[in-house]
Design a protein around this ligand. Structure first.
Ligand code: DPP
Ligand code: ZN
Length: 859
């Protein structure tokens, strides 16, 4: 496998003025004719035309209509030496979508033809310069059997359609806006359509169509509403209007990612379109809304303005994640959204940033770009945009994005271009800020304080550092926005939020006219993606937990207290934690009084997850963390059983299902309380959980009950899981949940359970959702059993990676994720994790995808 470097970028030798594609879809064989008008790129550095192509048979090549044999094909590239300044190249090739299990390029999902071209799938369809800086106008003709494939879609507008002999038919689609080939899409199948319309800010009517399999049309309304909200939000917040008259979404069951933003023809994983109270949880509803928004927002951040090369992936992904996070925050609860986003960052991105696969948001090199669709590119990338928003303020940030869209519409650009717009619109020097894009690793920020009573002066001092990461040993100081407020000893806010800008390794900020020693609320809203260490006392944190005006930091104070408590119990299982237990009682009492936001209270009542706690340990021992965490939960339950039961009852299902933030807040609070009440897994716990299941009229409550029963050894466990399966076996997305909820069980028989699930007739290694529902659920959400000292957990994952390597390399590589952080674990676990990685590396015919992540992990 070959490494590709950012520093080697050169412009494409040829521009594609126009692309005409013709697909003849026949059983077992699709004939693709590509006719491209090429012109020499005035700024190109080579005169050879080099086209990427894989997994296809070339039938013929012609230049300006004349057969051409003067080309070479090697290592996935066709080279035509000096073909001239302008010419038309016609390539006919044959592909086999039915046999495509990698799910890149053109493939079939349950009989529907569909495509996935990002990042480099287009080369599996035809020979082309498969790079994002080659933009062209596409016209696409599709021909297929009319009965089996009544729906045939591509990007843009329908130009022509008609019948053909032998029961076949055709459609021609034309997209007038130049685009890179990774945004090309084609769908052909027997699908039903749900339709609506949207009127844009300039009064244009846009038809909105969602295509799903027959029977699923009743589960589309939430996605449709979310789409309309997204279109409106982008107009209101960013001034961005949709340009075409049609916007299509197609849902397919077999999809490597969540969804894909192909121009005007988004292709979605069914998991992120279909949502109904009977089959989808609140968190599914939220994901559908967020991802529908995400893909729609790509229309401007990604499609109209795209990436020059794949090192710039975060240009579109970081920005678009920031946009979808803000969209969800505006529609729901801002504090809850922030808490959940930060929790995700800590649980999944921080470990990546501390692993041998740590990479910068604008990486310098890769082997397989598909391995770089990471939490760092997406979620840390979003934090970088958020910090720029914080530094500039909302108005100036909007000025900067207006400038960005005006200047670069229709172009393929870099992260540097984006930050340059921030600099120009604000008059700020963003040079130092750009280090965030280039330096990997989670920075640590250490804060200390000093109060000078005589001067009435309060000083906050900070030290920043960033760990060494592969290939990067000399980290320079970052430009860090630190949002801070000060509270008085009685809880009053005496200094409202202000943003301190730290640029040196060590820096102090003073506040004058402070009459008494205050309590600082530091890093409000998590204003920078760092690990914060403070000298706050437990009492300071307790004050913030009650009085902070910043919803995020209020929660954060409680989490920090919980982390300290867990550490105390890990060091000494008999440690006195009565103060912490009493504080939880205060929270419960607050809930019983009906005060406060229920969703926030639910999060306040939840101890940090094992994965988050691990980030604060020098050596991770999941079993030891779990033991401490469980002991604390048990103490909470014992101390507050009656109050918890009352809080549970006070938040019982009123029998009227809605997905308002209030209704979701009530359900999530009830779930958090039930988790504590059932933590000891005894007979009473199982009875409670079963009662919750029996009273459920929606999927959220059912899943809550199942997850509370998952670890149980009581008979109700089997009863409820069996009932759940029987009720929902016809719903693949619910069967996925059934697999996951068993895979996350922390109980003795887990390895037998996993073997049975693997052998279950509903398990299908070729379906990514099902693979994730078993293997990712186990390896990521069952840390104790995944890291079982026997090594059985690692072996279970290892075998799946090896099996999937030849079936679907992208999914196989993705499964390596939980193993790559092996160096952070206890020596005994490390050795076993390393052995599992080595066994994968020793597998013959390893794909480039798996090779890259495994070999880098072992470095
Ligand atoms: N489909 C992926 C996303 O939207 C890649 N673009 O993030
Ligand atoms: Zn995206």
């Amino acid at each position: 496998p070959k490494t590709i470097y950012l520093k080697d970028y050169t412009p494409a030798p040829y521009l594609a003025k126009q692309v005409n594609l013709s697909f003849n879809l026949l059983p077992g064989k699709t004939i693709v004719t590509s006719e491209v008008r090429y012109v020499k790129n005035p700024v190109g550095v080579s005169s050879d035309l080099v086209l990427d192509g894989e997994e296809q048979t070339i039938v013929s090549v012609a230049k300006n209509g004349v057969p051409l044999s003067d080309y070479t094909v090697a290592d996935g590239q066709m080279t035509i030496a000096s073909p001239g300044d302008e010419f038309t190249l016609t390539i006919v090739s044959e592909i086999n979508p039915e046999a495509n299990t990698a799910l890149e390029g053109l493939y079939q999902s349950q009989g529907t033809y569909c495509t996935q071209c990002e990042a480099e799938g287009f080369r599996r369809i035809t020979y082309y310069q498969d790079r994002p800086d080659v933009l062209s106008v596409f016209t696409v003709r599709i021909e297929a059997d009319a009965k089996a494939y009544p729906v045939m879609l591509s990007n843009g507008n329908l130009q022509e359609e008609g019948g053909l002999p032998d029961g076949r038919h055709y459609r021609v689609w034309h997209d007038p806006f130049p685009k890179p080939c990774y945004l090309f899409a084609l769908v052909a199948g027997d699908l039903v359509r749900v339709a609506d319309t949207f009127t844009t800010m300039t009064g244009r009517n846009v038809d909105l169509h969602i295509y799903v399999r027959a029977g699923d049309e009743g589960q589309c309304s939430h996605a449709m509403e979310s789409l309309k909200k997204s279109m409106k939000w982008d107009e209101e917040v960013y001034g961005r209007e949709y340009q075409l008259d049609l916007f299509n979404i197609v849902a397919v069951s077999d999809f490597n990612m969540g969804a894909m933003e192909n121009t005007s023809l988004n292709v979605f994983n069914t998991a992120l379109v279909l949502a109904h109270q009977e089959t989808a949880t609140d968190s599914d509803f939220m994901s559908v809304e967020g991802v529908i928004g995400h893909e729609y927002f790509h229309n401007w951040t990604g499609n109209r303005v795209t990436c020059r090369d794949w090192f710039q992936l975060s240009l579109k992904e970081g920005f678009t994640v920031f946009r979808d996070q803000e969209f969800s925050a505006d529609l729901n609860s801002r504090a809850v959204q922030r808490i959940d986003d930060v929790n995700g960052l800590r649980r999944l991105q921080f470990p990546e940033d501390g692993s041998p696969l740590a990479h910068s948001v604008q990486p310098d090199q890769f082997i397989e770009i598909s391995n770089f669709y990471t939490k760092t590119i997406y979620d840390k990338g979003a934090e970088l945009i958020r910090m720029q928003h914080t530094l500039l303020g909302p108005q100036t940030f909007r000025k900067a994005t207006d400038l960005y869209f005006d200047r670069f519409d229709g172009q393929a650009v870099t992260c540097d271009d984006f930050v340059q717009c921030m600099a120009e619109a604000s008059g700020r020097d963003m040079t130092q800020f750009f280090r965030w894009y280039k330096q990997a690793g989670t920075p640590t920020l250490v804060a200390s304080s000093h109060y000078d009573a005589a001067q009435q002066r309060y000083t906050l001092s900070f030290k920043q550092s960033q760990p060494e990461t592969p290939g990067q040993t000399d980290k320079q100081p970052l430009h860090i926005p630190i949002a801070v407020g000060l509270l008085a000893a009685d809880g009053r806010e005496i200094v409202p939020t202000q943003v301190l800008e730290m640029t040196a390794r060590e820096q102090s900020f003073t506040f004058d006219g402070i009459a008494a020693k205050p309590v600082p609320s530091i890093l409000r809203g998590f204003s920078a993606p760092v690990k914060l260490e403070t000298d706050l006392s437990d009492d300071d944190l307790r004050l913030l937990q009650v009085h902070d005006t910043d919803g995020f930091n209020k929660w954060e104070a409680g989490q920090t207290l919980a982390l300290r408590t867990i550490q105390r119990v890990m060091a000494d299982p008999q440690a006195d934690i009565s103060q912490f237990i009493a504080d939880v009682g205060t929270l419960i009492a607050q809930g019983l009084s009906g005060q406060g936001d229920k969703a926030l209270l639910a999060r306040a009542l939840s101890l940090p997850m094992i994965g988050v706690i691990g980030q604060y340990q020098p050596v991770i021992d999941p079993a030891a963390i779990d033991a401490a965490r469980s002991s604390i939960l048990t103490q909470i339950k014992r101390a507050h059983k009656d109050a918890l039961a009352a809080l549970y009852e006070a938040n019982a299902n009123p029998g009227e299902f809605t997905i308002t933030p209030q209704a979701m807040g009530r359900r999530t609070l009830q779930a958090a309380v039930l988790e504590i009440l059932t933590t000891t897994n005894g007979t009473g716990c199982a009875a409670r959980a079963k009662a919750h299941y029996d009273a459920a009229d929606n999927m959220t409550d059912r899943v809550t009950a199942l997850s509370c029963l998952s670890d149980s050894t009581q008979p109700q466990r089997a009863e409820v899981f069996a009932d759940f399966y029987t009720r929902f076996e016809k719903y693949p997305l619910v069967v996925d949940k059934w697999f996951s909820l068993q895979a996350i069980a922390n109980r003795e028989q887990i390895f037998d359970d996993l073997a049975s699930l693997r052998a279950h007739p509903d398990f299908n290694i070729k379906n990514p959702n099902r693979v994730r529902s078993l293997y990712s659920a186990f390896a990521i959400n069952n840390p104790v059993k995944f890291h079982d000292p026997s090594g059985k957990g690692y072996a279970f994952l290892r075998d799946a990676i090896i099996e999937l390597n030849s079936i679907n390399p992208q999914i196989a590589a993705r499964l390596v994720t939980p193993l790559r952080e092996w160096k952070r674990y206890t020596p005994a676990l490390q050795a076993q994790m390393k052995a599992a990685l080595q066994a994968v590396l020793d597998t013959p015919n390893l794909s480039g995808d798996v090779f890259e992540v495994v070999s880098k992990s072992l470095n």
